[in-house]
Design a protein around this ligand. Structure first.
Ligand code: FAD
Length: 273
């Protein structure tokens, strides 16, 4: 079946075209979409693109950043202000994939992909949907029910700048180094006040259909110093309420078995991975 490509200069125009056609798919970097095209996926017959420079812009805004959804992993990895995200961007595929792979595409990538989205979830990102008049949504809402946003276009993602560089941590666990796909990824934002964690957010990638929060771990850490006792408490509930998937990379059983060990390592590490 032929696939029609529609290119728009403005994000809003692309958003309208996407919303108007149920059989349309948005093209970010295409590392997933183009594979579907090559495999003869019949679920879409139209590809929508946007060439708007705003879509690929990285802006400082107050105490955070606004990242256009078309920003690539390579752009993140080469931006000095985003040093705290470099380990995350560099964990996505190899150099060729990172040159194309966008933040927007990572938000919609099925497990075991979605390493960058896990980091955005830990950071409590806000998602700006094109054409929504700035209403936006939380990343928690988007990842909980991505089907609801199937014909929506993510324009940008807003994230806070971690006050202390050590407050944000990321660990990708893969069997093949350095480019392997995740057994799991773990991202943590652990701001501290008076030596105690206040507002813990822990997110896992590849532990569900989309990145998800490890809420039992967050509860175990909240209000405590990040010491050996707190890390043990957190590890004891590493997979509480979580049903990890089985795929070609690892079984659900294996992911459940190793999660606590990797969580402990990530929490105990000084500085970033
Ligand atoms: C060899 C290889 C290795 C990989 N390794 C990793 C890895 O280690 N970690 C990882 O997380 N991923 C990995 N991936 C998957 C993929 O490259 C990334 O998840 C990437 O970020 C997807 O972005 P994209 O722009 O290429 O998405 P696309 O293919 O363009 O799009 C993917 C999906 O997202 C939707 N979409 C894209 N942008 C938007 C938007 N702005 N608004 C709404 N919907 C949108 C598309 O319609 C589509 O449904 C790998 C892929 C390959 C081929």
């Amino acid at each position: 079946m032929p696939v029609r490509v529609e290119t728009f200069a403005r994000i809003e125009e692309a958003a309208r075209a996407l919303a108007a056609t149920r059989s349309a798919r948005f093209l970010g970097g295409g590392t997933i979409v183009m594979r579907s095209v090559n495999e003869g996926d019949q679920s879409f017959d139209t590809i929508v693109r946007a060439t708007d420079p705003a879509f690929r812009a990285i802006r400082s805004s107050g105490d955070g950043f606004v990242l256009g959804a078309g920003v690539t992993m390579a752009m993140i990895a080469s931006n000095r202000d985003l040093a705290f995200l470099h380990p995350v961007a560099r964990a996505v595929g190899g150099p060729a994939v990172r040159t194309m792979a966008t933040i927007g595409g990572n938000l919609f990538a099925d497990a075991p992909y979605g390493d960058f989205a896990a980091a955005l979830l830990a950071l409590g990102a806000r998602i700006d949907i094109a054409g929504s008049g700035g209403a936006g949504t939380t990343i928690d809402d988007l990842l909980r029910d991505r089907a609801r946003f199937g014909q929506s276009l993510v324009a940008s993602v807003s994230i806070p700048r971690p006050r202390d560089p050590d407050a944000f941590r990321f660990l990708k666990v893969s069997r093949v180094k350095p480019k392997g796909v995740s057994v799991m990824s773990i991202a943590a934002h652990l701001p501290q006040s008076g030596g105690r964690i206040q507002g813990a957010r822990i997110a896992y990638g590849a532990m569900g259909p989309a990145p998800l929060r490890a809420t039992a771990v967050e509860r175990a850490l909240e209000g405590r110093p990040l010491d050996a006792a707190a890390i043990e408490r957190a590890a004891a509930v590493a997979t509480e309420g979580i049903d990890p998937p089985t795929d070609a990379i690892a079984s659900g059983w294996y992911r459940r078995e190793v999660a606590a060990v990797h969580l402990k390592r990530m929490l105990a590490m000084q500085g970033r991975a």
